[in-house]
Design a protein around this ligand. Structure first.
Ligand SMILES: [Fe+2]
Length: 471
């Protein structure tokens, strides 16, 4: 079944394209696209033995998703079925045409909008459940299924740089050969530290940038890093080292949230980074010197997070309306703005008219366009992140002239809190890309004065200027 075709069904060509991009990023088997339920039924009636799984939209003019489901049911085909619908899962499951799905382990309803991982996980689960489904229903698959290999959901990804930095001991280490094939390159307890290092270096020389640990090992490892970093944030006195620990903590928070979801450690570490940032600002209000210290870390996403944090809080301090609560919102939002982006080349796209944006694939462009929404989604279960914080994240790529994304809000619709973040980010990105030279700083300040000083940006702009005059 693993090698059989994946059938995608949707009447919207754009949606079919996106589904195909999602699925082909993880699966090696052939993908068949059908633009209606009837087209899929026709294809399946002629190619029953070839089909491994069906992913279908519900509402289509020429044959609904329910028609397709009933065809599979009536024909007693041992084929997992995933239904994508605009309504709630409960509502859809209560429809009479879906009554048989209660007895099926190989049917899932997914409500739109959904995340790429939700769909991929569901495909994995359905394929894994397929065998027991056949046993439960007394049916026999027409062809014996290949053994299910580990999917990437069994593993957590770790950059080779991070692996070297923390050298986790006693863990199995894997590399990814293909979307569903992983090979163990280090057996826990089997190798000495130096051998582990040599082995990983050998793969790094071949261009491999990440290794994979089993989820359980990764979780333990992250807990240990969190503990070490939290202690550092509390105890380090040297300011440069402390700022480095803050940048490293942001990187760890992002990794942990993306790979494992929300945990107590992540919540605590986020709080500690914010408090540590406020402590540094109180002691050393010279923004320019702080920026120098942050910019030594050589990582765009996490440096930008900390630059935004310092600049936005320092700016808010110069307004007559911000409070401690405002500082906290800005600092926490800064840490999480680009949480859903792992690759700095995507995070560097400040607006969609950037010529670099056109060079990305359609999937990458979607990732960039959607990242404010995706970052907010990842934070949905964290109480600490209020609606104001989520709003700053949603608006961090909007622009006063209405050319920003994702919602093209203009200077009168963007909130003053978001305006502070947008100005800070414009400046932060500018110095990270072109350096913190006096001429570039002047140029950025002039651009900010010209483009970011009207309507809701007026007071944030004045405060930003004041924060810099102090430095
Ligand atoms: Fe961003």
């Amino acid at each position: 079944m693993e090698d059989k075709e994946i059938i995608l069904v949707d009447d919207s060509e754009d949606t079919l394209e996106i589904l195909e991009l999602f699925v082909e990023s993880e699966y090696d088997q052939d993908i068949i696209k059908c633009s209606s339920g009837n087209e899929a039924i026709k294809y399946m009636s002629e190619n029953k033995d070839k089909v491994g799984i069906v992913v279908s939209d519900y509402n289509m003019p020429d044959g609904m998703g329910s028609d397709l489901f009933q065809y599979i049911e009536n024909e007693k085909l041992p084929i997992p079925f995933i239904l994508l619908c605009g309504e709630s899962v409960e509502h859809m499951a209560s429809k009479p045409e879906f009554t048989p799905l209660k007895n099926r382990k190989t049917t899932t309803i997914i409500s739109k909008p959904f995340k790429k991982d939700d769909l991929l996980k569901s495909i994995d689960e359905n394929l894994s459940n397929a065998k027991s489904f056949f046993l439960d229903t007394g049916e026999t698959p027409k062809q014996e299924s290949a053994p299910i290999e580990h999917s990437r959901f069994n593993y957590s990804k770790m950059s080779i740089n991070k692996f070297f930095k923390y050298s986790p001991e006693g863990v199995d280490v894997f590399i990814k050969l293909s979307n569903k094939k992983f090979v163990k390159i280090i057996e826990s307890g089997d190798a000495k530290c130096s051998e582990v290092k040599d082995t990983i270096e050998k793969y790094a020389r071949k261009g491999i940038t990440h290794v994979f640990l089993l989820k359980e090992d990764y979780k333990k490892f992250m807990e240990s890093i969190s503990g070490t970093l939290s202690k550092m944030l509390e105890e380090i006195k040297d300011e440069s080292k402390l700022v480095n620990a803050q940048v490293e903590s942001v990187s760890t928070i992002h990794d942990a949230l993306r790979e494992l979801g929300v945990s107590q450690e992540v919540k605590e570490m986020t709080d500690k980074v914010y408090k540590s940032c406020l402590k540094v600002l109180k002691k050393s209000p010279n923004i320019s010197l702080l920026l120098d210290k942050i910019m030594q870390n050589q990582n765009y996403i996490y440096e930008l997070s900390m630059i935004n944090s310092y600049l936005s809080v320092a700016t808010a301090k110069e307004t007559d309306w911000a409070s401690e609560n405002t500082y906290e919102k800005l600092a926490l939002a800064s840490i999480m703005l680009d949480l859903s982006l792992a690759d700095e080349k995507h995070a560097k796209i400040m607006h969609l008219k950037d010529p670099q944006y056109e060079l990305f694939t359609e999937e990458e462009q979607t990732l960039i366009k959607e990242h404010p929404y995706e970052s907010v989604k990842l934070l949905d279960q964290v109480e600490q992140f209020s609606s104001d914080i989520k709003n700053i994240i949603l608006e961090h790529h909007e622009l006063p002239n209405g050319d920003g994304y994702p919602r093209k809000l203009g200077a009168t619709k963007i909130t003053p809190l978001s305006a502070i973040m947008i100005i800070s980010q414009y400046f932060g990105n500018g110095i990270l890309i072109d350096g913190k030279t006096p001429s570039n700083m002047q140029k950025l300040k002039a651009e900010i004065a010209e483009n970011f000083s009207r309507a809701n940006f007026k007071r944030p702009f004045a405060a930003f200027v004041k924060a810099f005059v102090k430095s």
